[in-house]
Design a protein around this ligand. Structure first.
Ligand code: NCD
Length: 304
């Protein structure tokens, strides 16, 4: 039995397979409409979500399966003090596969140790978010046709932004990747990722506080929200929340074929006047999330 806790649980060949299955689903959705007939997905969300939970549920429904679950910790027995491990063990008696989001880093990994069904990490605290990365990779593949030879700007909250962490892990396995890490000093990429992923694998990167400086060189600009819920101090959040606001005007010097991604939800980091720019990909990216999750569910359930 396979779980998806960390994006590196999947080989690059498996990522290629998932991307190709998702592309086939987009082209031939009918072919997949009964693939998970009789199967159940449980979504255990101990933290807020719109896209991740609903795209998981839509994915299972479009595969002909069923869904059950909860969308806040307060409506589950976690509020009575039940451990994540016990909750998962019990839900494994009712469902064939579980997608879990939790505010504590490592919770889905702990859950997987005692689980009788595959566990998918749907976001654990400020740590990882592998299925958002699959969504991002499908989007990059559809926009750029490759995962190599890319300069990727990651902008905003690189400290707490779990989607950024998983995306860096994933892209670090491809040739000629260069990262431009754009953040305020207080929200820089954690040192463990700099050392154990970027430095160790000899990946080219620069850190800057200035969004404009490297913008003309970027193939992809990945904007992120400042993660309010991970701050200890409201005043720090208020000071940092509007550090970067991408506007149409600021895009004047960017490449014509730049792809602008954002995992969403956005707060102020991308002005709505960017939405109509052909380089804006974030709503397409949200749509892609359902298809790649369909491919992932089939893979983990070993559906042909
Ligand atoms: C992200 C998350 O939950 O980490 N959202 C998502 O899953 N699409 C990004 C965020 O909340 O800022």
């Amino acid at each position: 039995m396979r779980h998806l806790i960390d994006i590196l649980d999947l080989s690059t060949e498996e990522i290629d397979e998932l991307v190709s299955t998702a592309s086939d689903i987009i082209a031939n959705p009918k072919k997949y409409s009964e693939k998970c007939h009789g199967k159940k997905l449980a979504t255990l969300f101990f933290e807020p979500s719109t896209r991740t939970r609903l795209s998981f549920e839509a994915a299972m429904l479009e595969l002909g399966g069923n869904v059950l679950g909860f969308s806040e910790a307060s409506s589950s027995s976690a509020s009575k003090g039940e451990s994540v491990s016990d909750t998962t063990r019990v839900v494994g008696c009712y469902a064939d596969i579980i997608a879990m989001r939790h505010p504590k880093e490592g919770a889905p990994m702990v859950a997987s140790l005692k689980s009788s069904v595959p566990i998918i990490n749907a976001g654990d605290g400020g740590h990882n978010h592998p299925t958002q990365t699959l969504t991002d990779l499908l989007t990059i593949h559809r926009e750029k046709g490759r995962f190599h030879d890319l300069t990727i700007g990651l902008c905003g909250d690189l400290k707490f932004g779990r989607t950024v962490h998983s995306l860096i892990l994933a892209l670090s396995r491809y040739q000629n990747i260069r990262f431009v890490l754009i953040s305020p000093d207080e929200l820089k990429l954690p040192d463990y990722l700099i050392q154990d992923t970027l430095v160790k694998n000899n990946i080219s990167f620069v850190e800057t506080t200035d969004l404009q400086e490297y913008l003309p060189e970027l193939d992809i600009l990945y904007m992120t929200r400042v993660q309010q819920e991970r701050f200890f101090n409201e005043a720090d959040y208020i000071r940092l929340k509007d550090s970067y606001v991408l506007t149409r005007e600021k895009l004047a010097d960017a490449k014509e074929d730049l792809s602008i991604l954002h995992p969403l939800p956005r707060v102020n980091e991308i002005s709505v006047d960017v939405d109509d720019d052909p380089r804006a990909c974030y709503f397409k990216q949200a749509a892609n999330g359902k298809y790649i999750r369909m491919a992932l569910i089939m893979k983990l359930l070993e559906v042909e």
